[in-house]
Structures are given as C-alpha cells and as structure tokens.
Design a protein around this ligand. Structure first.
Ligand SMILES: [Zn+2]
Length: 206
C-alpha cells in the first residue's frame, strides 16, 4: 500500500525548491511531467507539516531525474539536489534540531557527528513515515533507511537513493565546518537489500 506512507508537504516543497536550484524551474517542470505529476507545476506543495505526500510520488519524482538526464547525469542532479535540500531544510528545521546553537557548535567533531546524526534521524522518524536507524562502528556511521521514500517500489541493479547521499554529504560539510567525508550508499532496498544503507566514514578526507 504505497498510500500508507507519507512525507509532510513541507518536505516535498523543499525537494522541489532544492531541485529548482540545480536544474531551474523549467527543469523541475520537465521532471514533474515525466513523473506524471504535472499537478505540482507552478503549484508546489505548501510549507505545511501535514503528512500527505505519498512515498510513491517522491520516488517517481526522483526517478524522473534519471529519465531526464540519464543514469549518470540523473545521479549527479539528485546528489546536488540533496545538498541544496539540506540548506533549505536547515532554515526550516535547524533551530528545532538544536544544531544551530552555540553549545552544539562547540562540541568536538566526533560528538557532533553522533549528536547531529541522531537529531537528523529523529527528525525523519518523528515528522515523516521514513524510518532511519543509526549504527556506529569503529570507522563508520551507518545511516540505515528502513523505509525509504526515494526508491519506493523501484527495482534497480545499483543503489539509487542519491538524494539522501547528497543531503548527508552537505549535512556533514556543514556540521564539520567545511570538511569532506566519504559517503556512499552500500545497500538499497531497490536492489533487494533489507535497508537503504548509507555508509559515512567518520574520518574526513580533507
Ligand atoms: Zn532507498
């Protein structure tokens, strides 16, 4: 039942705004047409916490980027969209998450990653029907998406949840004050894996 799980309208709006920053308004319109969601053309969802945007819609919109730009190009657009979405999301949710407070900013980096990751996971778990579980190993933080809107009802040979990777990359860049981390989706439900898992190496590359 794809209708059973939803994102708040506000997050759908953030995704479209983020996308618009990368491919422009016409690009978003083309993607909406490809996804058969022309009802959102010049009519983005409102900034409301009402949880009524189906996972299926998000998956179709995300997939439309691959249809429009090819698998490689679409991946790039989705990654960059994810980064832009984080910037918009921080404005909407940053103070609520406590991530913009001085006390948080003064924490050492490993603690910041842990606390920031937990706050972000809780945001998804509380405000959306997406389910995220964090796991920490010696070298990595594992962001397990147990119920994922990005690849909802999709089948693919390779991981496809690039928007989530971009979002996490940008959140890490921001949390660490400009460091780059290795972030990779290592498992994907679309490929038959039990979760969409994004592996974050705790030690930055630069
Ligand atoms: Zn996924």
């Amino acid at each position: 039942m794809s209708e059973a799980f939803h994102y708040p309208l506000r997050m759908g709006r953030l995704i479209l705004l983020g996308m618009e920053e990368i491919i422009g308004r016409n690009g978003v319109h083309a993607a909406l047409n490809l996804a058969s969601h022309s009802e959102y053309i010049n009519n983005y969802p409102p900034a409301s916490s009402e949880r009524s945007l189906p996972f299926k819609t998000i998956s179709e919109l995300h997939e439309a980027l691959e249809q429009a730009y090819g698998p490689r190009g679409g991946r790039g657009v989705a990654l960059r969209t994810g980064r832009a979405v984080f910037a918009y999301g921080l404005r909407e949710y940053g103070s609520q998450l406590g991530l913009t407070e001085m006390a948080f900013r003064l924490l050492p980096l490993p603690t910041k990653l842990r606390v920031g990751g937990k706050a972000l996971a809780e945001l998804f778990n509380h405000q959306t029907d997406q389910v995220v579980r964090l796991e920490e190993t010696e070298k990595s933080l594992l962001w397990h998406i147990e119920r994922c809107p990005l690849c909802w009802e999709r089948h693919s040979e390779d991981p496809v949840c690039h928007l989530a990777v971009g979002l996490l990359e940008e959140s890490l860049y921001w949390l660490s004050g400009g460091k780059i981390f290795n972030v990779e989706e290592t498992q994907c439900i679309a490929r038959g894996d039990p979760t969409c898992t994004i592996c974050i190496e705790k030690t930055p590359i630069t």
